[in-house]
Design a protein around this ligand. Structure first.
Ligand code: SAM
Length: 230
């Protein structure tokens, strides 16, 4: 409860009611000019939890801007609090369902998307809920730049294999794939920052997998509707 109350005091947290969002999000297409007040790239983390990537990358790259997205405000509080304590001006958070994310950004506004340890949604019936499904890629395609990049970091082989299939079937461009980032000796921002869930899975000796890809420029997005989410 205390975290929710403190969240209300952060001027870099955006949480809108469905009704208000339907009236239009005021920073859509204006994040650079009206919020960050710089021209640095915009990078968005989907399902950010406590925001380790959002905050960690913001620390490393002060010339870029980072936005964490999640529905769980109590988790996001951790990232908000750290960004506040460290005076990071290139960090913001949006509390929303990711299904609504196209309402927050304009065409070509975002350069990169990180998807960190999303729920794998194991049952086939839940396939559309996977954050790398064609339906979610359709959502991202509305605001990701044509040369924009999507990063997936996961413990789940099922989600890794599924995303590989989505990339292949959709004609997307696979830029990098690694089924065991720590075992392979990779050294980059992919291994330098570990999320809460990542540490949990590493504790069980699970191999951490990473994929990086670019959307097919001829990708035809699925038709999106927001009404059912009310
Ligand atoms: C397994 S946790 C991973 C959190 C963090 N990225 C990490 O690695 O520690 C998945 C996160 O995604 C969020 N999430 C899943 N589906 C979502 C959706 N449709 N909209 C918003 N948040 C979602 C959950 O609230 C949760 O915080």
């Amino acid at each position: 409860m205390q975290r929710f109350a403190e969240n209300l005091t952060f001027d870099n947290l955006f949480q809108y009611s469905y009704e208000d969002l339907m009236q239009g999000f005021p920073l859509k297409g204006k994040w650079h000019r009206d919020f960050f007040q710089n021209e640095g790239e915009l990078v968005v983390e989907m399902g950010c939890g406590k925001g380790e990537y959002t905050v960690g990358l913001a620390r490393k790259n002060p010339d870029k801007n980072y936005i964490g997205v999640d529905i769980k405000g109590a988790r996001m509080w951790r990232g908000l609090k750290t960004a506040h304590e460290e005076g990071l001006k290139n960090v913001a958070f949006i509390r929303t369902r990711i299904e609504l994310i196209p309402l927050f950004f304009a065409k070509n506004e975002v350069s990169q998307i990180w998807i960190t340890f999303p729920d794998p949604q194991i049952r086939a019936i839940k396939e559309k809920k996977r954050l790398t499904s064609p339906r979610f890629l359709s959502r991202y395609s509305g605001f990701l730049k044509p040369d924009g990049v999507i990063h997936l970091k996961t413990d789940a082989l099922l989600l890794y294999d599924y995303t590989m299939e989505v990339i292949e079937q959709g004609g997307h461009e696979l830029l990098y794939a690694n089924e065991d980032i720590y075992g392979s000796g990779l050294k980059s921002e992919v291994t330098a920052i570990q999320t809460f869930y990542e540490q949990k899975w590493l504790g069980y000796q699970t191999k951490i997998k990473y994929l990086k890809f670019r959307l097919n420029p001829d990708f035809v997005p699925e038709k999106l509707s927001y009404g059912k989410l009310k």
